[in-house]
Design a protein around this ligand. Sequence first.
Ligand code: GLA
Length: 402
Amino acid sequence: MKTIKRILIPIAVALLLVTTLVAQETNSPSHNLALTPPMGWNSWNKFACNVSEDMIKGMADAVVKSGMKEAGYQYLNIDDCWQVSRDASGNIVADPQRFPHGMKAVGDYIHSLGLKFGVYSDAGSKTCGGRPGGLGHEYQDAIQYAAWGVDYLKYDWCNTTTQDAKASYANMRAALDASGRPIVLSICEWGTAKPWLWGKEVGGNLWRTTGDIEDRWGGQKKWPDGTCCSEGLLSILDQQIGLASYAGPGHWNDPDMLEVGNGGMTDVEYRSHFSFWALLAAPLIAGNDLRDMRPEIHDILTNKEVIAVDQDALGREGERVWKGDDADVWAKQLKDGSRAVILLNRGSAEREISVSWEHLGYPDHLGASVRDLWQHKDLGKFTGKFSAPVVSHGVVMVTVKP
Ligand code: GLA
């Protein structure tokens, strides 16, 4: 009897512990958020500090009218500069000129369209734009955000001096959860402390992997104050290598928001940009003026076949599987066993690029159907490899389905 007790009691205690932990996890309001990469719109890339109630409402209307809502875009996120001060009790105060009806009214309008509402703050004493940050006010702010109906918080990393990144973001997640409202936590720490190693553990739903994107094809450029660096598209892409295994349902690598339509790249380059963000299972957060889009830009942002690659339920991030001289092949495994594949031409002249089945993890003799996701066309059955001409700075994006 004694031996049985000696065995059974520890097992019972262990079981109790495990069930309590699992119950805590599943009871947390943030459980089950962002099971596919978040899709939406954010004000920063186009408008920087020039945000207002009228502009945000207009953009929410445009998400619906343009068919972007129907294509899956959901979050309307106000980035930096909506806030101006704290009141005598420490409550965060929205700019009364720019948001005359307050933040709850903005959230209510966004929700009335069936969309979700996001705001921005910072883990330090001030935001990057010099507005009041969240440091020391985490729980107070979380309660305020929940009262406004906030669904998504982008939390930046300026003015954090000696703060520990992991602890700071864990603290904000705990504060958000204590508010009782499910709120997506977007960690904007620029990859400095390798957030892919701890972002999931602290309840982050996405984490930036690099410095800020700028609307150009390649390279890093110093900021005007001499610090390093804004990132072009290829520079960001190359920094994603090796990070794929950290992404999955509920927790994504974030290579920063989209620049599609902001004017610094050609339509060919924007198509490459959008294709890669989908292959990387990246958040698709548009950053252009949706009230005034050329049809070409609209068609890029609402390409449902490319969006389906991003939103694939398996939640795998794609990786580079072959690298040549100015040409790459990238692939992402999809839930049905097929692969999304990108042939990228980094060079200045059109060229033929091939993907071999070996690089996709398929046997050589396997026959597979290839479909072009930009031409919306079945290209037929191929064995062993698929090749296509790719224009300069362009991609061919296909699915390969055995
Ligand atoms: C940082 C972030 C950007 C943006 C600005 C706002 O640079 O990385 O995405 O939010 O701050 O000031």
